[in-house]
Design a protein around this ligand. Structure first.
Ligand code: HEM
Length: 360
């Protein structure tokens, strides 16, 4: 089926089997006005209901000849392409709208990690929208039309296109490869593993009422120094991850999905450091995409991984994993974290309601 249901207990785009393409956008409110924020989220929800069903926004792309069309038109004739739109609220959303009493304790800007080189112009944002679809034009159309509806209320702070998924939530399908050439997403949370999703991804009773059934989104723009990586021997590449490049098998195993045996991992492989067995059981749902944004002016590709992770609580998800990785990961010689953001994604929307209604 080409359309993913928009309504449900959880927002689509989190546990949903990962689509091929991403357009991610962070927005800032132009002025801190609660009524305007409510109007924006209502308008966004209405448009999202239509676009995720493969329909045009509002009165469509071909309305009155005398007015600018409600829909920008570039998705005319394209199917829904499994479009999902997922919205989150950043820490600054609560600060600026003086909603401090409703801000969850866990929603704080991420701490500084060693070797972070974060660009403010690629970080943070009052709101975020993750658009995923199997067709890039559908994802771009969706973000563009939401940005258009936000005119006068919020503007795009930064955005990111992703062209290839680097994580899968469908273990039976072929695992995609990242730009280092390795299968990525082998040990991820599956879309239908409801027990693990409940335990590690969806916010439960510990969170504020408005966030129950929602999740925390952490995004990191991670540049890869692919030229350096490409001069590294195959053996060293495999040692860095603790998995073979061809099959994706963990060291000590033969097949990709063989269990990771920590005793057989190199002392500081990426897999050993990030495996739940090394970190007291912490788990995240990874949903990242590869990007290439041209070159950096020095003859190198500006390429990497736009890392996205969902978790029940960043304190027992991304933060401890990244603390371990930032300190010891041998991958650090080949990567650099350039952008960062955290948002609380409200639960799913019931028909007739709007995104974040219980918060606002
Ligand atoms: C596993 C690549 C950054 C968390 C893996 C695997 C690869 C990989 C190839 C093994 C296959 C798999 O199980 O998915 C990368 C690359 C990164 C990166 C290229 C940066 C450019 C991160 C970051 C985090 C992270 C920033 C979280 C802070 C994990 C986790 C696993 C994993 C939790 C699964 C470990 C296990 O349970 O065995 N990564 N990763 N990775 N990575 Fe990363």
């Amino acid at each position: 089926p080409s359309a993913v249901p928009f309504h449900g207990p959880h927002q689509a785009g989190i546990a949903t089997p990962v689509q091929d393409r991403l357009h991610f956008a962070a927005f800032d409110l132009l002025e801190p006005s609660l009524p305007k924020a409510v109007a924006l989220l209502k308008a966004w929800t209405e448009a999202a209901v239509r676009m995720t069903a493969g329909q045009e926004v509002g009165g469509g792309a071909l309305g009155s000849p005398l007015a600018p069309p409600d829909d920008t038109g570039e998705a005319l004739g394209l199917p829904a392409s499994r479009l999902t739109l997922t919205v989150g609220f950043g820490p600054s959303f609560f600060d600026r709208l003086k909603l401090g009493d409703r801000r969850p304790g866990a929603l704080r800007r991420l701490p500084h990690f060693p070797a972070d080189k974060l660009d403010p112009a690629r970080s943070d944002g009052d709101l975020c929208v993750q658009a995923c679809a199997d067709d890039p034009q559908v994802a771009v159309h969706a973000v563009r039309n939401l940005a258009r509806l936000a005119f006068g209320t919020a503007s795009v702070r930064w955005s990111q296109l992703g062209f290839g998924k680097t994580s899968s939530t469908t273990p039976e399908a072929q695992t995609p490869r990242n730009l280092m050439g390795f299968k990525d997403g082998t040990n991820n949370i599956a879309f239908n593993d409801t027990a693990t999703l409940d335990k590690h991804v969806w916010v439960g009773d510990e969170g504020p009422q408005w966030l129950r059934g929602g999740s925390y989104l952490v995004a990191r723009r991670i540049r890869m120094h692919v030229e350096t990586w490409d001069r590294t021997s195959l053996k060293e590449q495999e040692d860095i991850f603790g998995r073979t490049k061809g099959e994706g098998a963990p060291y000590g195993g033969r097949r990709e999905h063989d269990e990771v045996d920590l005793a057989r991992q190199p002392a500081d492989s990426h897999v050993r450091l990030s495996n739940p067995g090394s970190l007291g059981g912490v788990r995240i749902l990874r949903r990242g995409y590869s990007f290439t944004d041209g070159t950096d002016g020095l003859g190198r590709l500006d390429a990497g991984l736009f890392f996205i992770a969902y978790q029940r609580n960043p304190q027992s998800g991304f933060i401890p994993i990244q603390r371990a990785l930032a300190r010891q990961d041998p991958l650090n010689e080949y990567i650099q974290h350039i952008g960062s953001g955290i948002w609380a994604c409200p639960p799913g929307v019931a028909p007739g309601q709007f995104w974040g209604q219980a918060l606002l």
